[in-house]
Design a protein around this ligand. Structure first.
Ligand SMILES: Nc1ncnc2c1ncn2[C@@H]1O[C@H](COP(=O)(O)OP(=O)(O)O)[C@@H](O)[C@H]1O
Ligand SMILES: [Mg+2]
Length: 253
């Protein structure tokens, strides 16, 4: 399936945060998104995932225009994002956080709760099993019963990825999955993403750690001041004049 982004624009108070952003992406692929701070990368993810709406432009997922769908409706179509700053429930355990991320829980509705408690219990058990699978896959067993607020920065990033996985996604938008993660854990996160990709899940990945990103993705899209200024194979893109100019005065790269 194809994600087709056409001429997306978004302004905040007259300031163009996204300026006619266009690109096309096969949803089972891997694409890195880079660019200086303030380039509009996180805003692009907010628009793609439905947390904010664009002023202009369109987003097609396969044949379907998804511009007007809510984040939940987009998640049902397989498109989910993670946040640059993890949004876990601090007081819930890791397992509870994962279970809360699962869609369609009949126990959330009052009537099924009264009418068919056995069915609700069975559904809860299924969600719990799914959460435990994700815990094992992300190797979070040792912290599964801890409040999420006690996790390290890297473990919180893994939990964010896990919450996305509970929705059984087709395409995951990862916002800085390596930021604040120690080097050993970055290696693990890369390996987990590669394993998910091998199972057919696609990723768009915003990341400042270009060395790590280049190990994972065959293509990069570069944004600067709301625009796409380059796209292509990492080495060519990083040698591009406009890309180098955009990064002048920045610490990375
Ligand atoms: N909700 C908002 N209201 C006003 N300005 C915003 C909002 N979100 C982001 N911005 C501004 O948009 C620009 C791009 O931000 P962002 O998308 O977070 O960039 P990046 O993720 O590339 O660092 C920044 O100048 C930021 O201050
Ligand atoms: Mg950002």
């Amino acid at each position: 399936m194809n994600l087709l982004v056409r001429e997306l624009s978004k302004a905040f108070g007259g300031f163009h945060v996204l300026d006619r952003v266009s690109f096309s992406f096969e949803t089972d692929g891997l694409l890195g998104i880079i660019g200086p701070n303030g380039a509009g990368k996180s805003t692009l993810f907010s628009v793609l995932s439905g947390f904010i709406s664009a002023d202009r432009g369109s987003i097609l997922l396969g044949e379907r225009a998804i511009d007007r769908l809510s984040p939940q409706e987009r998640a049902q179509l397989g498109l989910v994002r993670t946040f640059q700053v993890p949004r876990e429930f601090h007081h819930l355990t890791v397992r509870e956080n994962l279970m809360a991320a699962a869609p369609h829980q009949p126990g959330e509705r009052l009537i099924p709760l009264f009418l068919a408690p056995a069915r609700v219990r069975a559904a809860e058990r299924a969600v719990r099993e799914r959460a435990d699978e994700v815990i094992a896959f992300l190797r979070l067993e040792a912290v599964a019963d801890l409040p999420a607020g006690r996790l390290s920065g890297g473990q919180k990033k893994l939990l964010e990825l896990g919450r996305a996985l509970l929705t059984e996604p087709r395409l995951v938008l990862l916002d800085e999955p390596f930021a604040g993660v120690n080097a050993v854990l970055v290696g693990e996160v890369i390996e987990r993403i590669a394993a998910l990709h091998a199972r057919g899940i696609g990723f768009l990945i915003i990341e400042h750690d270009l060395g790590s990103l280049a190990r994972l993705v065959p293509r990069l899209l570069v944004m600067d001041r709301g625009r796409v200024i380059a796209e292509g194979e990492p080495r060519a893109v990083l040698n591009d004049r406009a890309v180098r100019a955009a990064y002048l005065g920045q610490t990375t790269p």
